[in-house]
Design a protein around this ligand. Structure first.
Ligand SMILES: Nc1ncnc2c1ncn2[C@@H]1O[C@H](COP(=O)(O)OP(=O)(O)OP(=O)(O)O)[C@@H](O)[C@H]1O
Ligand SMILES: [Mg+2]
Length: 240
């Protein structure tokens, strides 16, 4: 049984169907990348899985438990944590206070302040610093740490590396490998397709809310990915 099982969901914004008939299975210890152009529906998907947006049809299960009708706070207790697009730290709080907000309604498990500080060793000496003073990459690490504080079984990350320096991206990807080694299932949105395909066990591409391509990175060739990403091969950059 998959840890995260999404079957045939639709998600609407008013009359707009932003996600159509979406399904995916993510196993414990594996990472699935969601790619797609701006407006493809990636954040809508992540927010629906986290329970921030309702689905209009279909089901979402965690380890066989149907969470489709649960509100977001109850899904945290079921083991879903979201690192939202734009990180959304509490700017008036310190680094450590931001991490502690993730422990509210936490499940029992291996993650606590010490474990997060082991994962990101630069954090302890800056624990009292205002989150306003953190760089984009540092904020992303805090946002991931905050999500881990709830001891998730399923970690959702929207825009993993957007706006981060390559060295920080490398560090954050290394931390993700540790996180999945602990048995988490990770579903992540990544603008950088090359990065996504380098680390993910499976990848899927959304176009106008539909899955137009899915497979292991080895199965997906560059031309097919470009076609799926932009809708037409002709629209891809670098093509005539
Ligand atoms: N709160 C909202 N109300 C109405 N429409 C919305 C809302 N949020 C998103 N949409 C629309 O839903 C579609 C999918 O948007 P979404 O933000 O999920 O895309 P995305 O793939 O995350 O894009 P990006 O790469 O820019 O983050 C778009 O057409 C967008 O305009
Ligand atoms: Mg988005």
């Amino acid at each position: 049984m998959s840890l995260l099982s999404i079957k045939n969901i639709d998600v609407h914004h008013g009359l707009l169907k932003a996600i159509s008939d979406f399904s995916v299975e993510v196993d414990s210890g594996s990472m699935v990348a969601v790619i797609g152009a701006n407006g493809a529906g990636k954040s809508t998907l992540m927010r629906a899985v986290a329970g921030v947006l309702p689905v209009t049809t279909g089901s979402i299960e965690i380890a066989g438990e149907d969470v489709t009708k649960l509100p977001a706070h109850a899904r945290v207790h079921s083991g879903i944590a979201l690192v939202p697009e734009g990180r959304r730290l509490f700017r008036s709080l310190s680094l450590e206070e931001n991490l502690l907000t993730g422990a509210y309604r936490a499940r029992p498990g291996p993650w606590n302040l010490d474990a997060v500080y082991d994962l990101f060793p630069w954090m302890p000496e800056r624990r009292d610093q205002s989150s306003r003073l953190l760089s984009g990459g540092e904020q992303q690490a805090v946002a991931i740490g905050r999500a881990l504080m709830s001891n998730p079984r399923v970690l959702l990350i929207d825009e993993l590396s957007l706006g981060l320096a390559p060295i920080v991206v490398k560090q954050i990807y290394a931390s993700l490998l540790e996180i999945v080694a602990n048995g988490c299932a990770v579903l992540f949105v990544e603008q950088d397709v090359t990065q996504a395909l380098a680390i993910a066990d499976d990848a899927l591409c959304l176009l106008e809310g539909r899955t137009v391509l899915a497979g292991t990175p080895a199965e997906l060739n560059r031309h097919d990915v470009e076609t799926a990403y932009f809708g037409t091969a002709a629209a891809a950059p670098g093509r005539q």
